[in-house]
Design a protein around this ligand. Structure first.
Ligand code: AP5
Ligand code: MG
Length: 194
């Protein structure tokens, strides 16, 4: 199995590059943000809880998020046979530790972590542009500032967590979508030959 964590700040291109990864390597995509937004759209109980956090740019509590991830993994065991791309999860050390255990229990592990590095001003520009084009509710200046703050405080320590495990691959996340994907493939393909 090829289990890839795609990692990076809000707007770094996790979703965009996941689309390329799932096609090229036949993987199952789990975007926790998409799962939550789908629940909001369908008006579920989880959606109502999630909306309050998302609109403030805060993280959904770890215990809730971890349970959601486990149930998505179990509901899609067949589609995930070749591997999973984890997009937007883990976002805290507690989530990363839970993911380790969860995958271990299912006889697998994280193969690699692809970290997209993008300067802060470009992140803001990309997100505000998308906010104008699509109206995504958390793509506005106030919420973006909170999302970036949360990323620095709670999520960026995961870089060191995965570096210590020899799993972190830093990728320059600027340039065209194709250029970035070429850089990602250059770190993934050698893992397949190994
Ligand atoms: P989530 O949906 O994960 O959002 P995010 O991390 O803030 O990131 P984005 O989806 O905005 O960006 P992305 O990195 O996917 O980039 P994209 O490819 O879209 O999370 C939303 C919220 O849900 C969180 O704030 C939290 O409340 C909650 N949540 C989710 N997961 C959670 C968890 N595990 N625990 C707790 N809470 C959780 O690209 C961005 C834009 O840039 C797009 O418009 C794209 O077209 C454009 N773009 C992409 N690549 C390029 C390029 N190379 N050049 C120019 N533009 C580009
Ligand atoms: Mg995304």
């Amino acid at each position: 199995m090829l289990n890839i964590v795609i990692f990076g700040a809000p707007g770094s291109g996790k979703g965009t590059q996941s689309d390329n990864l799932i096609k090229t390597y036949n993987l199952f995509h789990i975007s926790t943000g998409d799962v939550l937004r789908d629940n909001i759209k369908r008006g579920t109980e989880l959606g109502a809880i999630a909306k309050a956090y998302i609109d403030k740019g805060q993280l959904i509590p770890d215990n809730l998020m971890i349970d959601i991830l486990a149930s998505v993994l179990d509901d899609h065991r067949e589609e995930a046979a070749n591997g999973v791309i984890f997009d937007g999860f883990p976002r805290t050390i507690a989530q990363a530790e839970a993911l380790e255990t969860m995958l271990q229990e299912r006889g697998t592990s994280v193969t690699t972590v692809v970290g997209l590095e993008v300067p802060e001003q470009e992140l803001i520009d990309r997100i505000l542009l998308r906010g104008k084009l699509t109206g995504r509710s958390d793509d506005n200046m106030d919420t973006v500032k909170n999302r970036l703050g949360v990323y620095h405080n709670q999520t960026s320590p995961l870089k060191e967590f995965y570096q210590q495990r020899g799993l972190y691959q830093s990728i320059e996340g600027t340039g065209t979508i194709e250029e970035i994907f070429d850089r990602i493939q250059a770190v993934i393909n050698p893992l397949l030959e190994a």
